[in-house]
Design a protein around this ligand. Structure first.
Ligand SMILES: *Cc1c(COP(=O)(O)O)cnc(C)c1O
Length: 405
C-alpha cells in the first residue's frame, strides 16, 4: 500500500464547499491584497495565539526578514541561531548584510541549546532566533531570559509551530519580542500559495512592522523607513480563515498519529522509548520525544514526526521503492552550506547537527493519515531494519558526536 508523505487534496476536499465559497467571495469583492479578509484573519490569530498584534505577510521567510529590518540589523551585526533548521532562518540574516552565528542543538528535542546561545553572545550580537523545530517548543523561557539579561531581542521562528504551547500553555510566537510564522502549504495551517505572519506584543514594533510590510509608507507615498512588498493576499487570508477553526483538531490528529507510531515501534521491538539518543540492538530506530510537556498536550504539534536511524539513506531508498513517502529535514546543516563556506566554521563545533543531518528521517504524519497506513509504514521500516542488523553500517558522523555504539 503506497503511503504519501503528505496528501493536501484530502484536506481541500473535506473543506471544499467553504473554501470555494470564500474564494468566490474574494473574487466578487475584487479586494485582492490585504483588506477585510486579512484584517479578520489577523484579529482571529491574535486571539488564537494570545498576542496583541498579528500582521499578515507574504511568507515565513519575509516575516523573518521584516523582523531583521524592524531592528535595523545590518552589516557588522551578528544574529545567533541553531545550525540545524530550514534555510530561511539563516538567509534572512545574510540578506540584510548581517552575519548569522550558528550554535549546535539538543539530541532529544532537535532544538537549539540555550547554553550554547549564551556562549555565542558578543558585543556585536543584535538578535537571537530560536526555532521551534518540527512543531516542538524550544526552551523559549530560558532563551527569552538570556535575551533580557543581555538586552538582545529574541525573534521566534515559529514557522513550523503555529499553536504550539509552552509547558504552562502560552503559544509560541507570543512570548518574545517578535514571532514569525509561515502558511506554506505543508505547515500545520497552510495556505494555497505563500503566506506568513509576524506577531508582537509591542505597540511601536507593530506600527513599524506594518509600515515595513508596505514599503515603509505612512502616510501614502511618504516613505519614512525602508520597507518592501510583504503584503498577504486576500485569497490566502480567506482560505486561512476557513481552515483556522479546524487547526486544533488537526493538531490532535497528528498527535494521535505520532502516539501510534511510537507505540508500534516499541511493540515491534526496534525502540525502547522516545528520547533515547544512542543506537543499539534495542534501539535501531530512535523516536522523537515530547520534552517539557507540562500540563499542555500542545507542546508539540508534530509538523514532522522525525525518527533517526544509522541506515537512514538505505531506509529512505527502501521506503521509496515501496511507495512510502519519507523526507530528510535537513541533510546539510548551516555550517556546512556552501554559501557560508567563507565563514571558516569548524565542523567539530556542531557534532549533534552533523549527527542529525546524517540520521533523521521524517515519516508521513498528516492529520488524514489512517492507522492502517501507519502500521504499513512501521512494518516496512521494521522489516528493513532487521535485515540491516545482519550488516550494521554506522554513519560517519556518529563516531564524531560520541554518543553512539
Ligand atoms: C517554512 C519555514 C520558514 C519559511 O517559511 P516560508 O513561508 O516557506 O517562507 C522559515 N523557517 C522555518 C523553520 C520553516 O520551516
Amino acid at each position: 500500500m503506497p503511503v504519501p508523505l503528505l496528501d493536501l487534496k484530502l484536506q481541500y476536499h473535506a473543506l471544499k464547499a467553504d473554501i470555494d465559497a470564500a474564494l468566490i467571495g474574494v473574487a466578487e469583492s475584487q479586494i485582492s491584497i490585504l483588506g477585510p479578509e486579512v484584517d479578520a484573519l489577523e484579529r482571529q490569530l491574535e486571539s488564537y495565539l494570545g498576542v496583541k498584534h498579528a500582521i499578515g505577510v507574504s511568507s515565513g521567510t519575509d516575516a523573518l526578514l521584516m523582523a531583521m529590518m524592524a531592528y535595523d540589523i545590518g552589516p557588522g551585526d551578528e544574529v545567533i541561531m541553531p545550525s540545524f533548521s530550514f534555510f530561511a532562518t539563516a538567509g534572512c540574516v545574510s540578506r540584510v548584510g548581517a552575519t548569522p552565528v550558528f550554535v549546535d542543538v539538543d539530541h532529544v528535542s532537535f532544538n537549539v541549546s540555550p547554553d550554547l546561545i549564551r556562549k555565542a553572545i558578543t558585543p556585536r550580537t543584535k538578535a537571537i532566533i530560536p526555532v521551534h523545530l518540527f512543531g516542538q517548543a524550544a526552551d523559549i523561557d530560558a532563551i527569552a531570559a538570556i535575551g533580557k539579561e543581555f538586552g538582545i531581542p529574541v525573534i521566534e521562528d515559529a514557522a513550523q509551530a503555529i499553536g504550539t504551547q509552552t509547558a504552562d500553555g502560552r503559544r509560541v510566537g507570543s512570548i518574545t519580542e517578535i514571532g514569525c510564522f509561515s502558511f506554506y502549504p505543508t505547515k500545520n495551517l497552510g495556505a494555497m500559495g505563500d503566506g506568513g505572519l509576524v506577531t508582537t506584543n509591542d505597540d511601536a514594533l507593530n506600527i513599524k512592522l506594518r509600515q515595513i510590510r508596505n514599503h515603509g509608507m505612512e502616510p501614502r507615498y511618504h516613505h519614512k523607513i525602508m520597507g518592501g512588498n510583504f503584503r498577504l493576499d486576500a485569497m490566502q487570508g480567506a482560505i486561512l480563515r476557513v481552515k483556522l477553526p479546524y487547526l486544533e483538531s488537526w493538531h490532535a490528529a497528528r498527535r494521535t498519529n505520532a502516539d501510534l507510531y511510537t507505540e508500534l515501534f516499541i511493540e515491534l521491538g526496534v525502540s525502547t522509548a522516545p528520547g533515547v539518543t544512542t543506537f543499539g540492538k534495542q534501539d535501531m530506530i530512535l523516536l522523537p520525544k515530547m520534552v517539557n510537556r507540562g500540563t499542555s498536550p500542545d507542546n508539540h504539534i508534530f509538523n514532522q514526526y522525525t525518527i533517526r536511524t544509522a541506515h537512514r539513506n538505505e531506509l529512505r531508498a527502501h521506503l521509496q521503492s515501496k511507495g512510502i513517502g519519507a523526507e530528510i529535514y535537513y541533510p546539510v546543516p548551516f555550517h556546512r552550506q556552501e554559501c557560508f563556506a567563507s565563514f571558516g566554521l569548524h565542523d567539530a563545533d556542531y557534532p549533534i547537527s552533523n549527527c542529525l543531518a546524517a540520521t533523521v528521517l521524517a515519516l508521513p504524519i498528516f492529520p488524514e493519515l489512517k492507522p492502517d497506513q501507519i502500521r504499513e509504514v512501521v512494518a516496512t521500516i521494521v522489516e528493513f531494519e532487521r535485515t540491516m542488523l545482519a550488516s550494521p553500517s554506522e554513519c560517519a558522523d556518529c563516531a564524531e558526536c560520541g554518543t553512539h555504539v
